[in-house]
Design a binder for this molecule. Structure first.
Ligand code: SF4
Length: 703
């Protein structure tokens, strides 16, 4: 807590995206309990905030947020109204619902679904709760839908996964950046300054995106490929880099393995073939390869565009291959990185919330990892469950024979954010029992048997880890409403009712101290990080294995985190999207974000100022396509895929390809983009193919 000129203020971070902008809160004088102030001292955003951050306090209002537990009066009718209840009744109902499913169908009939917005402490304790209190393998989280392909490719190449292996400020000082399927102008506007500074310093920016986004408009070169062909594009650039003699043979020999196989795969993707596959002219491919190859230092940064594909892991590997072949990794000012999406997308995947991982980013199938974590938890390692179902597979199993029959869901809204969302909603409705912990009554919470109102952001203390691997501390600035409890207190109370009274502390710092021990020696090592250090240093980069270790802002400078210290090329080849356009569904659909909303919109759709800037869904169509369809700006369009239908007004723009339409995914109801998206999964990361599927489009009135 610090004191500002006009009252007591608390240093904290924005509740939304992975940039985790620093901000300061002081008691509010108006409708909101706190007022958001700039905090220029935090280095990442230096005081800048986007509209979401500036208005974040609106979600603290009692009329917006949940203020008391709710239970469904009629247990057999998911559409029956919810009524207020005491915490005792709510806890009893949740414990009874989970226990009944396990008695009837076995431990594996209960599942847990978490979120990438949960603090490190919550993510850690949720994983422990699933495996120790519920003894189920089935825990996963919505981060699987976010950056899991980048994580898998990162680990495959470098042996460790941290979104950015360098601070964001390094972007401004490099010579060339290829930004693939990333649109920070909409997703994290304060980060744009680093790209602007890059160009002011003489560096070049190449943007790869099927849409000419506001980010692409600032690029030196914009490559506009067909959705789902980013892998072929990367192979074509690698082909040209090698053919033009720009591969860094010395770096490849000293610091990598597997180049010969990757080279062979790339050489089969000659430029004319890549032009046919991607739609990007050979001349533009050659210009991009030369720009990147000639730059002394360079970076490739990906986001959801190449990652949310049924070949997302291989696609990211192809871009990493390009970095490695150009000698642009493992040295200052160069490297591959992923711009993570959710607020704690990085930390949320490090502490055991994933179906296949234990805290410290350890594999759940590794016997040594199981022994280490079991010792910290005080349980028998042989009693720890093995890997469970990945996020979509878990949701797809709900209410089925052999599937999950009772679900505890914290901080996620899959009724809007999951692929094939209408089907997922049906599966949720088929559950024997659903408990949801959230701050607002989301579309998913409305279907619950019990809704648990939990604390948010300004009402609690806890750590998150931003896209740079910087572990930071959110400070409590205001008390929560009387009948709201922290997620940690919820897990504490539920564990006690399930017969596990020890091991689930309510105090976040106590949980963090245990997390440090559980992570020690793991890939994401937090052992040397403490609340005291974070406060003193305004963030500490992992890995930080000891209290006297300075933390690691830049990874891989001496060696990569593989057993032999070398980065690994992956021999990947192009393959088409799981669903390509045909006579029945002749267009590509791609989905994404707008600056005024966040994720499923559960929070931001409740903020008036944001709704004025981003009031609802829309369908971007190229003027040529609009003429062919006979539709005008604002006319309602029906977009139909093999999985469902969505209706939204047309936005006619030449920033999109004529063969592709775009919808933002922040809304439920008739305009729910994820009613259309394809749950085809990447075989490695289990990421669904949100970014490309086949649709047909026509005036809604004509149907
Ligand atoms: Fe919050 Fe992200 Fe906006 Fe920063 S860029 S204010 S972290 S939503």
């Amino acid at each position: 807590m610090t004191t500002s000129g006009s009252g007591t203020a608390t240093d904290t971070h924005c509740p939304y995206c992975a940039l985790q902008c620093g901000m300061r809160l002081r008691p509010g004088a108006g409708a909101e309990p706190v007022e958001v102030l700039e905090r220029p001292a935090f280095p990442v955003n230096q005081g800048a905030l986007c509209g979401k951050g500036r208005t974040a306090a609106a979600v603290l209002r009692p009329g917006v947020r949940l203020t008391e537990p709710l239970v469904r009066e009629d247990r057999d009718d998911r559409d029956a109204p919810l009524r207020p209840a005491s915490w005792d009744e709510a806890f009893d109902r949740v414990a009874a619902g989970l226990t009944a499913a396990q008695r009837r169908y076995g431990n594996d009939a209960v599942g847990v679904f978490g979120g990438g917005g949960l603090t490190n402490e919550k993510a850690y304790l949720l994983g422990k709760f699933a495996r120790v209190a519920l003894r189920t393998p089935h825990i996963d989280y919505n981060g699987r839908f976010c950056m899991s392909s980048a994580a898998a490719a990162h680990r495959r190449a470098f042996g460790i996964d941290r979104g950015l292996p360098f601070p964001l400020e390094d972007v401004a000082g490099t010579d060339c950046v290829i930004l693939v399927g990333a649109n920070p102008a909409e997703t994290m506007p304060p980060a744009l300054r680093y790209f602007r500074e890059l160009r002011e310093n003489g560096g070049r920016l190449i943007v790869v995106d099927p849409r000419r986004t506001r980010t692409a408009e600032q690029a030196d070169l914009h490559l506009q490929p067909l959705p789902g062909t980013d892998l072929a594009l990367a192979l074509g650039l690698l082909h040209l880099l090698i053919a033009d003699g720009r591969a860094d043979e010395d770096f490849i020999a000293r610091r990598t393995t597997g180049f010969a196989q990757a080279r062979a795969a790339a050489m089969a993707h000659w430029p004319q073939r890549v032009e046919r596959l991607t739609g990007v002219p050979v001349a533009q491919l050659a210009a991009a390869a030369a720009m990147f190859g000639e730059a002394p230092r360079g970076m490739v940064l990906t986001a959801r565009g190449p990652e949310q594909q049924s070949k997302g892991t291989d696609t990211v590997s192809a871009w990493i291959n390009l970095c490695l072949a150009a000698g642009k990794a493992g040295r200052p000012g160069s490297g591959y990185g992923c711009l993570t999406g959710q607020g704690n997308g990085q930390g949320g995947r490090e502490h055991g919330q994933k179906a296949d991982q234990l805290p410290g980013y350890r594999s759940i199938t590794d016997p040594a990892a199981r022994r280490h974590v079991a010792a910290v938890w005080g349980v028998d390692p042989d009693g720890l469950p093995g890997p469970g179902r990945s996020a979509y597979e878990l949701l797809d199993s709900l209410g089925t024979d052999g599937g999950v029959r009772a679900l505890l869901l914290m901080g996620s809204n899959p009724a809007v954010s999951a692929p094939r969302a209408a089907h997922v909603t049906e599966r949720i409705r088929a559950l024997d029992f659903l408990a949801v912990g959230d701050i607002v009554l989301s579309e998913t919470a409305r279907l619950a048997d019990v809704v648990l109102p939990v604390t948010q952001w300004a009402e609690e203390t806890g750590t998150t880890t931003n896209l740079e691997g910087r572990v930071i501390l959110r400070g409590k600035a205001v008390d929560a409403p009387e009948h709201v409890r922290s997620d940690l207190a919820v897990l504490h109370g539920l564990a006690a009712r399930l017969g596990v009274p020890e091991g689930f502390p309510e105090d976040p710092e106590e949980v963090f101290e245990e997390l440090r021990r559980a992570s020690a020696g793991g890939r994401a090592d937090y052992a040397g990080i403490s609340y005291g250090r974070i406060r003193a240093e305004d963030g500490v980069f992992w890995p930080c294995p000891a209290p006297d270790h300075p933390g690691t802002p830049r990874l891989f400078l001496d060696r990569f985190a593989t057993p032999d210290g070398r980065a690994r090329f992956a021999a990947v080849t192009h393959r088409p999207a799981a669903e390509e356009p045909d006579d029945d569904y002749p267009l590509y659909l791609t989905t994404g974000r707008v600056v005024g909303q966040y994720q499923s919109g559960a929070q931001t759709r409740r903020v008036d100022e944001l709704n004025r800037s981003a009031p609802g869904p829309f369908v971007e169509v190229h003027p040529v396509l609009a003429r062919r369809l006979g539709v005008a700006e604002g006319e309602l369009l029906a977009v139909t895929s093999r999985r469902g239908r969505a209706v939204a007004p047309a936005r006619v723009t030449d920033t999109i390809r004529p063969d592709t339409v775009f919808m933002p995914f922040h809304w439920g109801g008739d305009g729910r983009a994820n009613s259309l998206t394809n749950p085809a999964l990447d075989p490695v990361s289990r990421m669904p193919e949100f970014k490309v599927c086949a649709v047909r489009v026509g005036p809604a009135a004509g149907e």
